[in-house]
Ligand binder design. Structure first.
Ligand code: 5AD
Ligand code: FES
Length: 345
């Protein structure tokens, strides 16, 4: 086991069967060894700094019907909302006060936000906050659409590939979505010049170690600037309601692997990790993560953006989470910094 982790540390990659072996056989000792190398690696590039991103969940309308997701279009129990441009801007304003220098506009694939609307919002934020990064996370679009948003001032884009295995992809999504198109979107985003984030859920229904090895190979090939992973958590109003949640330990182990594969990547310790384990986000940082993405959305809509059950921080104001997170980060010997936190080449 140790020799595979050493090989990963030195060469930043492994063969598929080696990844599968690691994922099927890792134990506490292997984990501890991996995490100590992962911390060394993240500290070489980012010291003990943790970047924060202010997440603005501006619409929970979605035209897609992903089987795992709580805001899928068929979920009649979801109470739908859209933030107005003014509401989005006031999230930025309070976020800036709290020290955020990156805003992430995330939403379902909502046709009501036309390209003109998105461009208008991005331009306004760009003008108001020239020192901030703007990240979009609004799903699959065409090359031309991505280009328009980029020209309006967006810098980064998050689009998880969810799984790099064709068959697994079709078990998680209805036929209207394809892995091929998802990959094409990611390639287009890179081509345009965005800092790109992809990622996947750990322990999603029907996932096998081979699927995870394929995820790692795809990520290596794409070479994104950011990779977000979190455990799958069932949502009661979805077809996957009765599947078990993914494993926190396996998620942490994969964060460690990703840190060794992509030494200078931006790796978030996700809210899903914090939802399954009260110390999940701290453990993520100790496994090699260096980003946190707290919520800036107005408290009144927080609960409505429930992709999975029991999501944390839906009752806390942004200011409360901000203090809470800084303390959590400090408790493991790291510190939150008020910087854009761009990818370091
Ligand atoms: N459990 C965990 N993560 C989920 N996501 C969507 N639904 C769930 C769920 N039930 C993740 C997807 C998506 C991101 C925004 O949230 O990976 O890309
Ligand atoms: Fe939201 Fe702790 S981060 S309450």
């Amino acid at each position: 086991m140790k020799h595979l982790i050493d090989k990963l540390y030195e060469t930043h990659n492994l063969e598929e069967d080696e990844f599968i072996y690691l994922l099927e056989n890792y134990d506490k000792e292997a984990g501890d060894y991996l995490y100590s190398l992962a911390r060394t690696c993240s500290q070489v590039h980012y010291e003990k700094e943790v970047y924060i991103r202010g997440l603005i969940e501006f619409t929970n309308y979605c035209k897609n019907d992903c089987y795992y997701c709580g805001i899928r279009k068929s979920n009649k129990n979801a109470s739908r909302y859209r933030l107005s441009k003014d509401e989005i801007l006031s999230c930025c304003e309070s976020g800036y006060e709290l020290g955020f220098r990156t805003f992430v506009l995330q939403g379902g694939e909502d046709p009501a936000f036309t390209d003109e609307a998105v461009v208008d919002i991005v331009k306004t934020i760009r003008e108001g906050y020239p020192d901030c990064a703007i990240t979009l996370s609004i799903g699959e679009k065409t090359y031309d659409q991505y280009l328009k948003y980029y020209e309006a001032g967006a810098n980064r884009y998050l689009l998880r590939h969810e799984t790099a295995d064709e068959e697994h992809y079709s078990l998680l999504h209805p036929g209207s979505l394809s892995l091929e198109n998802r990959k094409e979107c990611l390639r287009n985003l890179k081509k345009i010049g965005y800092q790109v984030g992809t990622g996947f859920m750990v322990g999603s229904p029907y996932q096998t170690p081979k699927c995870l090895a394929e995820d790692l190979a795809f990520i290596k090939e794409l070479s994104p600037q950011m990779v977000g992973i979190g455990p799958f958590i069932p949502h009661k109003d979805t077809p996957f309601a009765s599947f078990p949640a993914g494993s926190v330990d396996l998620t942490l182990f994969l964060i460690g692997i990703l840190r060794l594969m992509l030494p200078n990547a931006l790796l978030p310790s996700t809210t899903a990790l914090g939802t399954l384990d009260p110390k999940g986000r701290e453990k993520g940082i100790l496994s090699g993560a260096n980003v946190l993405m707290p919520n800036l959305s107005p408290i009144g809509v927080r609960k409505k953006y429930e992709l999975y059950d029991n999501k944390i921080c839906t009752g806390e104001e942004a200011a409360e989470c901000n203090v809470c997170l800084r303390n959590r980060v400090a408790s493991v010997g790291y510190h939150v910094v008020e910087k854009r936190g761009d990818f370091k080449e």
